[in-house]
Design a binder for this molecule. Sequence first.
Ligand code: ADP
Ligand code: MG
Length: 361
Amino acid sequence: MDLKREHLQSYLQSLYGKDTVLQSMRRMGETIATSEDIKGFGYGSPLLVEYAKGEERGSAVLSSMRVQHGFGHDHFSDRARILIWQHDTFARLPKHVRSLDVGYFAGDGRLVSAGDAQEYFLLMEKIEGKEYFWDLERVKEEGAADLDLKRAEALSSYLAEIHSEKKDLPPLYQRKIRETVGDGECIFGILDDYPDSPSFLDEGELCDVEKLCVEWRWRLRDRAGRLCQVHGDFHPWNVMFREGTDFSVLDRSRGEWGEAADDITAMAMNYIFYSVQKSMRLTGGLKDLFELFFENYLEKTGDDELLEVIAPFFAFRAMVVASPTWYPLLSDETRRTLFNFLENVLNSKRFNYRDVNSYLS
Ligand SMILES: Nc1ncnc2c1ncn2[C@@H]1O[C@H](COP(=O)(O)OP(=O)(O)O)[C@@H](O)[C@H]1O
Ligand SMILES: [Mg+2]
C-alpha cells in the first residue's frame, strides 16, 4: 500500500490541528527522508514522521504490524488486538515509550484515529426465530417428531455445504488445533475455570485429559488439507429456527477457516447432553437426531476421515457442558458420565457414532 503524504498530513492535522504541516517521512534505520508518498509502505517497518506546527517542530514514529501467517497474527483483527493493547498499556510502565495514538488504515489509505475507544460493540441485523435448544428441551421430554428429524438433517446439510469451501493455508489449520487445545475460550481455558478437586473427578484427572489433548494436537498436525470454511460455535443457542427447516445462525467464532469436526461436535454434543441429563445414556428421539445428523453429513461429504480427527473437538464440547460454571445445576453423575465420554473418545483412534453409549460408562 502507498502511504500518501496527504493522508498522513490530514491525520496529523486531526491530532494536532489544521496548522500542522508534514515535513518528512523516513523509514527507521534509513537515512533518506522524503516528503513525497511512501511507495509500497510495508506494514511492520516503523516510519519516522517529522512535522511543523507554527514555530514548533515535532516528530513521531508510525508503526504497524507485518501481515504474516503463523504466530497468531493471521487476521487483521489479531494485529488490531495487539496494537490496541499496546496503546492502552505503554504509558503505564516506567521508562517505556508512550503511545500517542492508535488507529487504522481505511480501504482508501486514509489514517483514522481510534485512540479514544474504551470498548468495542457490534451492530447486527435482528433475526426472527426461536433458538434451537428449545427444540431439544421438547424432544428430551416428548421424543422426536418428523420436523425434528428434518431439522437435524437441515443442520448437517448446511454444515456439509459451508465445509465444502476449502483453503490451502496450513498455518490456519495448525492455529485451529492449537487454539482448540490451548486457547482461553477452549480446552485449557475451560479447564482452568473448573473448581479445584471437583467431587466428580479424581485427583490429576484434568491434567491427564489435557495430556491426551496435546497428543491429539500432534496427531492432527499433518491434516492441514482438511482446512475449510467453518462457523466456529455451531451450538443450539446460536441457531434460530423459523417455519419448518428455515433457520439463521449467529455468533460465528474463532476464525473463518478451521476443522469441520469443530462445527459437527458443537451441535452433536448437545443431542448427547440432553439425553444424558435424563438417562445417563443416548436414547430415544435424541439418539435418532444424533445418528441422522452424522449419517446425513457423512453421506453428503464422504468425509470418513472426520471420525479420525473428531476426538479433541468432542472433548472440548463435552467439558463445556460438564462445566460447573456454564451448567451449575447438573448432578455429579451427569458430569461423571460426560467425562467418561470425553476420556473414552480421546482414548480411541476412531469415533463410532453408532455406538455412543459404549463411551458413556
Ligand atoms: N441479531 C440477533 N437477532 C436476534 N436475536 C439475537 C441476535 N443476536 C443475539 N441474539 C440473541 O441473544 C443471544 C446471545 O447472543 P450471541 O450473539 O449468541 O451472544 P453470546 O456470545 O452471549 O452467545 C442469542 O442466543 C439470541 O437469543
Ligand atoms: Mg451465542
